[in-house]
Design a protein around this ligand. Structure first.
Ligand code: PGA
Length: 251
């Protein structure tokens, strides 16, 4: 039985005091709830260290939103996997569509990042998803297949067991348009089948596949009740403790 995983991607939001405030509200809001899923928050880099101190005694785990694949050196503006580990991160989001489209990250770069994260004992949340134009041209599965086979190139079975995949249709991110539960389930089932053919039935059955793209308290329950949807990667709705907690409760 796969355990659901709800992760909050804060993106470029919340300075230090706003981060402290949100984390404190999440901790107190969840203290009286029976939480049946894993919960992860991914604040901006500048808040990670403080978030780690605040989260020490809570059930909430810490993740980062990006990293570079080199160990150290002349890479101005970048941050390494070991630096993230050092601030207490357990997870790192890789291949988010905003990284792909705004910052030009390719499948090959994302593959290098996934490998480096795994070598450094960070658990990747590996994002894939098609654009609106790709969906309308009916090439969604081809795009997902390319992103997954390239992104997971030379990743061993043992490593694959440490990866979470997040399916995030680009047209649903931050737009208020959610994939219907059936649209999402179809792609999730396709991803699980693909992982089965690349690895094994066992690995595919254990794989956590999150859905992301305008997940809100009012649509979370239906999305999360689909057979192959094992959690959510939440953007906008994770910035308010009330809505993030509602989504956690739905899981
Ligand atoms: P959204 O973002 O929930 O605001 O659509 C999701 C994401 O980008 O991970």
């Amino acid at each position: 039985m796969r355990k659901k995983v709800i992760a909050g991607n804060w993106k470029m939001n919340n300075d230090l005091s706003e981060s402290q405030n949100l984390i404190s509200k999440l901790i107190s809001g969840l203290s009286n709830e029976k939480v049946n899923c894993d919960v992860i928050v991914c604040p901006p880099f500048t808040s990670l260290s403080e978030a780690n101190s605040l989260l020490k005694k809570s059930i909430i785990k810490l993740g980062a939103q990006n990293m570079y694949f080199e160990e150290n050196g002349a890479f101005t503006g970048e941050i390494s996997a070991s630096m993230l580990k050092n601030t207490g991160c357990e997870y790192v989001i890789l291949g988010h569509s905003e990284r792909r489209t705004i910052f030009g990250e390719t499948d090959q770069v994302i593959n290098k990042k996934i490998k480096k994260a795994l070598q450094s004992n960070l658990l990747p949340i590996f994002c894939v998803g098609e654009s609106l134009q790709e969906r309308e041209s009916e090439v969604t599965n081809d795009i997902i297949k390319r992103q997954i086979t390239e992104g997971l190139k030379n990743i061993s079975s043992a490593e694959m067991q440490k990866i979470i995949i997040a399916y995030e249709p680009v047209w649903a991110i931050g737009t208020g348009k959610t994939a219907s539960p059936q649209q999402a389930e179809d792609v999730h089932a396709f991803i699980r089948g693909l992982v089965k053919s690349l690895y094994s039935n066992e690995i595919a059955e254990e794989l956590v596949i999150q859905y992301g793209g305008s997940v809100k308290p009012d649509n979370a329950k239906e999305l999360l009740s689909q057979k192959d949807i094992d959690g959510a990667l939440v953007g906008g709705a994770c910035l308010k403790s009330e809505s993030f907690i509602e989504i956690i409760k739905a899981a």
